[in-house]
Design a protein around this ligand. Structure first.
Ligand code: BGC
Length: 499
């Protein structure tokens, strides 16, 4: 994929509506002799067979991924740079309790959309009194522009939002507004309210930010806007999701994002973090942001993954993310379809130019394709035509459904193995902490929310790995938009004012 030439949308909005879980039709590819297109399908068949072999995730592969995830977590906790996993300390040592009160803002930057939110918290009895949010999409050119341009855009949208404050939202006299800043990229936290951007992911290539404190960048931009607002917590989206989910449920121990990008965080004991060099927190715990998107050990990769990676703006990086997350699944499928079209004339003699264009097939398209259970796969044909310009007959559509299912299945199952790796590591350190009681994994992100087959593959893998008894204690739960409110809650927990 060539981002420079053809920048992909970094965040897809997964616009299709939620549909009931439909089993992907197990299509049988019938090859009729004599018919031209069927011969084309037959020519694509060896590509499919090889793909399915290369993407296979039988139990031993899942087991290997879960074990390697646990080992990489330990190595990353031992020393910075100890493994693919950065195991970033979040400085979030306390999670919301429900006692938080007051007006708090949240700013959420994780892709091409960014959100501003305000919430009025009323303590244990009244909880969330009111919430308002706005979503602003970031123009594509800002994703490739300068740091100042990006942060000015964000600060100006925030300033406009603040001007509309009123009604149930009350700021006590003499106080500055406080916000949580959810910044969903790898950041080396230096305190709860500061952190250095390590690198951009998800197709962002803004110059001048890596190596800088992103809170300082935001503060400078807010100053230019004349906005008096204090960032009291800088958090990753996984950490915000964990906080948001924990506000309602004390058993939440892990949070996972499966959207454009992917990542996971969890509650860790400070004694299990050698790189803290004996530093303690008063709670004895802290949230660790694994940055698991960079995991790479033993992944079942194909030539299509390797080509996509080689042409990406970050070759060799974020391999787990490139295998399981929403930004990439559609693109992997597109590359496979191009190969099938070229070597087997799957879609007729000519390969439409649009099919050759990186990122024309989005992961939401893959999910929609998998929801079509009709005999003639008409919706599949429409999606293919609208997204990529290809004309397809029934045999070709069946082939496409198989390809989509193969890639979604690999992604979902590997994500499930990653979750088991984290739970396993926590359980090994402290017997019974996870499997001996109800443990909740809070999930968010468009891919998880809108792709029922992916979700089912993920859960199946967790059950296969843990067995029915242990997995019955593990609740994998969607925490919708927990990250916005979570960041505001963490702003409250870390407020400079009494609360
Ligand atoms: C980023 C993470 C983020 C994840 C989900 C990844 O690309 O590196 O920091 O949590 O996407 O948004």
């Amino acid at each position: 994929m060539s981002f420079a030439v053809n920048p992909p949308p970094a965040v897809r909005s997964f616009p299709f509506s939620r549909s009931p879980i439909a089993r992907t039709p197990r299509v049988s590819l019938v090859v009729r002799s004599g018919a031209g297109v069927s011969i084309a399908t037959a020519a694509a068949l060896p590509i499919l067979t090889k793909l399915q072999n290369d993407c296979a995730t039988p139990l031993p592969v899942l087991r290997h991924v879960a074990d390697a995830m646990a080992t990489d977590m330990r190595d990353g906790l031992a020393v910075d740079g100890g493994s693919d996993l950065k195991m970033i300390l979040s400085y979030v040592d306390y999670l919301p309790t429900g006692n938080e009160r007051g007006l708090f803002y949240a700013l959420d930057l994780g892709g091409t959309n960014f959100r501003v939110l305000r919430t009025q918290l009323g303590g244990k009895d009244d909880r969330v009194i009111a919430t308002e949010f706005e979503q602003v999409s970031i123009p594509q050119d800002l994703m490739f522009g300068t740091s100042e341009e990006l942060f000015d855009f964000i600060a100006s949208a925030l300033a406009k939002f603040v001007k509309k404050e009123g009604g149930k939202f009350v700021l006590p006299n003499g106080r500055s507004r406080e916000t949580g800043f959810t910044f969903s990229f790898p950041v080396k936290q230096t305190s709860i309210d500061s952190g250095i951007l390590i690198k951009w992911t998800k197709g962002f290539a803004v110059s001048g930010t890596p190596g800088k404190d992103v809170v300082a960048c935001l503060n400078e931009a807010m100053k230019r806007q004349g906005l008096d607002m204090r960032v009291s917590a800088l958090v990753n989206d996984t950490v915000a999701t964990l906080a948001g989910a924990r506000y309602w449920d004390n058993d939440v121990m892990v949070a996972v994002i499966l959207g454009t990008g992917t990542n996971a965080c969890y509650v860790e004991s400070v004694d299990a973090i050698p790189k803290l060099n004996g530093q303690k927190t008063t709670s004895g715990r802290t949230i660790v942001n694994t940055e698991w998107g960079a995991f790479s050990n033993g992944l079942p990769l194909t030539e299509f993954d390797r080509e996509m990676d080689a042409e990406s703006i970050n070759p060799g990086e974020q391999l787990f993310e490139k295998t399981i997350s929403g930004m990439y699944l559609g693109e992997i499928v597109r590359r496979i379809l191009v190969r099938m079209a070229e070597s087997g004339s799957l879609f007729g003699k000519r390969v439409p130019e649009r099919l050759r264009t990186p990122f024309t097939l989005g992961t939401p398209n893959i999910s929609s394709i998998q929801q079509d259970t009709s005999e003639d796969l008409e919706a599949v044909g429409t999606i293919l035509y609208e997204a990529t310009g290809v004309d397809s007959n029934l045999d070709a559509r069946k082939m496409v459904v198989e390809v989509c299912d193969t890639i979604a299945k690999r992604g979902g199952r590997l994500a499930g193995a990653g979750i088991v790796g984290i739970l396993q590591k926590m359980e090994e350190d402290s017997k019974g902490i996870v499997f001996g009681k109800r443990t909740v994994v809070a999930m968010d992100g468009g891919l998880y929310e809108h792709h029922p087959q992916y979700r089912r593959y993920l859960k199946d893998a967790v059950t296969e790995l843990l067995g029915p008894e242990l997995s019955s204690n593990v609740v994998i739960e969607h925490s919708k938009d927990g990250s916005g409110i979570g960041a505001a809650l963490l702003a409250a927990t870390n407020s400079i004012y009494e609360h």
